[in-house]
Design a protein around this ligand. Structure first.
Ligand code: HEC
Length: 674
């Protein structure tokens, strides 16, 4: 009797969601089985919580012993009773620092030793250590509870912002972050904030990879940093780091070479920061093809033998799988030629890597057969434009001519990442939407340089706000054609806002002429062009939409996929998301643009929101069939967390919308069986 009770007890215990995306392997996996294929249709909302913030809410909450810890769209940290949705405490970094806070933080990190529990969170260029019981900064960490993330990287210290949380290895916090300086990975002492080690993602003279840059470039080059998260093999002590493009994203004339360790998967010794192996997945990137997702660690079986592997998805919807220890690819990687650059001064790179297996998860180019078929008008329009512009697939040649880039700038895969189960199956959602790519000269056709304000705008602002300054609402880039308040615009340019970096590094006079240009009061001058300005800049992020605003391609526009990584075969592929008004027109579900990731459970389910239709769904992990769906107050552009308290299983998601032209808020919604 007694023994039976004791055995029963663990079933009633809590199951935590202790790390970003579930565990340090970022497996997006839950061992819980209470909610299963048979009963999931009964799932009901258990509670909801309004953070009071509005904006993209990408946070994957942690759940530790009944408490949910999460970061709101404005980077407040909340501790919430995960059973009832009652607030326990909140921390607002705006009360603890000057300057911009940043937005869109994907989560926080938890550490415990004895009775001491800490929550690590980023705001502005700082990392804070908070007391998990009270939300107060821990005074013995750094200075009054925070450290500057750029200190020790370069002099003067660059801005480094944590979007995606770091990972704890023993008593260090390992993190990359977005930066305007050179990318680095750094490990900090969790108790004091002291820097233990640093790895240069742009190698210095004498470091391997330095030869892939012009010799002096390391002094000024930026980027190659890690913004999409990392994963840790705790037993082996290896941290896996995916990196972004080198800066500037779209012009490589000043950085001829492959540019290691940009766009690479880098395996580092977590104890020392020494490199173990690396693999570059995009050479000399000119198209912002950052490795957008944290790699996932899983175990596959091949010829009866178990292999511990690491799988890295890309914006092109490709899946690269390596032996975790040796870095040896599980399927061979081919170097495929790509179209040569048409811009003088841009050397480009002749080939790009493609795995021979698994097959890509999205179409790799746009042909006439891909013209939209949702209406005769859409079909006629898309055919016309593809005939005129042409697609050169994932790597169109840099050119002054408009091209269709497919897969588009937001994937393929994105920051939501993928889930893996112990059977070696990989579940990933992808976008399948064409975008437009075009480069623009910074001098006018006669060779006469543009006015200084125009040039500054094109070089520094147009990539986001567009050449015509109309922005791109779907990407969250505002229209700035008619600015109103000069003081406010000056403040935004000086300090940055949200995803927009600060431009305080531009000389004051240049900032003033830029602002004159924006307000239409710039005096023409005959000043020659600055020789260090790039001769060509990016024409801006633009999705290709049809006249009704839908993606200008034959559906599906967003899918959920299951890939068997034991064999490399795609198991199933289904649309993710739906436009009810198109369904009413008799069009089968198209899938929608999607941001945020899936979770797979031992109960046989995949929970995912991510779609642009304010809906969370449960799919059968074996077939891809939808077994349940529920409305959310805003689209759930985040990854759910799965946990249990007193034997009851919950699924919780941040619902903030704000992507894909949808309304935005800042809710958290939890579901459980009644
Ligand atoms: C990396 C993309 C990016 C770049 C580069 C960029 N911005 Fe922005 N900008 C944004 C985003 C995103 C916002 C909205 C931020 C928010 O509200 O969270 C914004 C907001 C603004 C606003 C406020 C508009 C409004 O309606 O609130 C102005 C003005 C502005 N930017 C001007 C500029 C200028 C001038 C430059 C060049 C010096 C520039 N931006 C460069 C992304 C960018």
């Amino acid at each position: 009797m007694r023994i039976a009770l004791l055995l029963a007890l663990p079933l009633l215990a809590q199951t935590n969601w202790p790390a970003y995306l579930g565990d340090k392997a970022t497996a997006h996996y839950s061992p819980l089985t209470q909610i299963n294929k048979q009963n999931v249709r009964n799932l009901k909302q258990a509670w909801s919580f309004d953070t009071g913030d509005k904006g993209e809410f990408q946070s994957n909450g942690l759940v530790i012993d009944g408490v949910l810890y999460t970061a709101s769209p404005n980077r407040k940290v909340f501790a919430i009773n995960a059973q009832t949705g009652q607030e326990i405490w909140q921390f607002n970094p705006a009360n603890h620092q000057q300057g911009p806070i940043g937005r869109r933080q994907r989560g926080v990190t938890y550490w415990k030793e004895g009775p001491e529990e800490r929550i690590f969170t980023g705001a502005g260029t700082y990392l804070y250590a908070l007391n998990a019981k009270t939300g107060q900064p821990i005074q013995t960490f750094g200075t009054n509870g925070k450290i500057h993330l750029g200190e020790g990287v370069a002099n003067p210290a660059p801005t480094v912002q944590i979007n995606t949380p770091g990972v704890i290895y023993k008593d260090t916090y390992i993190v990359g972050g977005q930066t305007n300086g050179p990318g680095t990975i750094r490990a900090y002492d969790v108790r004091t904030g002291r820097l233990r080690w640093l790895f240069n993602l742009i190698p210095r003279p004498g470091e391997p990879g330095h030869e892939t840059w012009p010799p002096e470039a390391y002094k000024t080059a930026g980027g190659a940093s890690n913004w999409s998260g990392l994963s840790l093999d705790e037993a082996r002590g290896i941290v896996y780091v995916p990196t972004e493009s080198a800066l500037p994203d779209f012009w490589g004339g000043d950085r001829p070479g492959a540019n290691l360790f940009a766009n690479s998967l880098v395996a580092l010794n977590a104890e020392t920061g020494k490199r173990l192996w690396h693999r570059q997945l995009v050479h000399h990137d000119l198209l912002d093809k950052d490795l957008p997702t944290p790699p996932v660690l899983l175990t596959v079986t091949r010829n009866g033998k178990k292999i511990d592997a690491v799988a890295q998805g890309t914006k092109n919807g490709l899946l690269f799988v390596f032996d975790r220890t040796t870095g040896h690819p599980l399927w061979d990687i081919a170097e495929r030629p790509i179209p040569a650059s048409q811009l003088p001064g841009e050397p480009g790179w002749p080939t790009q890597p493609v795995p021979l297996k698994p097959a890509p998860l999205t179409r790799q180019t746009y042909t006439e057969a891909d013209a939209s078929n949702i209406s005769p008008t859409a079909r006629a329009q898309t055919l016309l434009r593809i005939r005129k512009s042409g697609s050169q697939g994932a790597y169109p040649a840099p050119s002054l001519q408009e091209r269709i880039i497919m897969p588009g700038f937001d994937g393929g895969m994105e920051w939501g990442g993928a889930a893996v189960d112990p059977d070696g199956i990989y579940y990933a959602n992808v976008n399948e939407i064409p975008w437009i790519y075009q480069m623009i000269p910074t001098a006018d056709p006669s060779g006469k340089p543009l006015t200084q304000g125009e040039r500054t705008y094109k070089i520094h602002c147009a990539a986001c706000h567009g050449f015509d300054r109309a922005g791109d609402a779907a990407s969250g880039f505002p229209d700035i054609r008619n600015p109103k308040d000069r003081a406010q615009v000056t403040q935004i340019i000086n300090s940055g806002i949200g995803r927009m970096p600060a431009f305080s590094a531009l000389p004051e006079a240049q900032r003033q002429t830029l602002i004159d240009h924006l307000f239409g009061t710039e005096q023409p001058s005959n000043k020659p062009a600055n020789p260090t300005d790039p001769p060509y800049v990016f024409g801006g992020f633009r999705r290709w939409a049809d006249a009704e605003g839908y993606p200008a391609i034959k559906p599906p526009w967003g899918t959920l996929n299951a890939v068997d990584l034991n064999t490399g075969e795609i198991k199933w592929k289904v649309p993710l998301g739906e436009y009810p008004e198109l369904t009413k027109r008799g069009i089968p579900p198209t899938g929608t643009e999607n941001y945020g990731g899936p979770v797979v459970t031992k109960g046989g389910l995949i929970f995912i929101a991510a779609s642009a239709d304010e809906t969370i769904r449960a799919f059968d992990k074996d077939t891809g069939k939808i077994l349940w769906q529920a409305k959310l107050p805003f689209s759930g552009n985040a990854t759910p967390s799965v946990y249990s308290i007193d034997g009851k299983q919950y699924v919780v998601i941040s619902a903030g919308g704000g992507k894909s032209n949808r309304p935005s808020g800042g809710h958290i919604v939890a579901f459980a069986l009644p």
